[in-house]
Design a protein around this ligand. Structure first.
Ligand SMILES: [Zn+2]
Length: 74
């Protein structure tokens, strides 16, 4: 079995996650490969997606060179 860190699995196989809006508390749908989503009230939900990718020395092998560049840009 291939080992991957939990931070990258959402990047490679995006799924929808529900995070509470900081403004109204309503659940906002956010894809696991996205770093933020906007609630209908105008509040923005942030997801700490790239945290492990930023420092992990295996990030390039983990998510791929292209995806890593994309994530570091954000
Ligand atoms: Zn909201």
């Amino acid at each position: 079995m291939e080992m991957r860190c939990p931070g990258s699995s959402g990047v490679l196989r995006p799924t929808i996650e529900l995070l509470p809006c900081p403004k109204c508390g309503k659940d906002v749908e956010i894809f696991t490969d996205e770093t933020k989503a906007e609630c209908e009230c105008g509040g923005v939900v942030y997801r700490d997606l790239s945290s492990c990718v930023q420092w992990c020395s295996f990030a390039e092998k983990c998510v791929g060179e292209e995806k890593l560049k994309e994530l570091k840009k954000k």
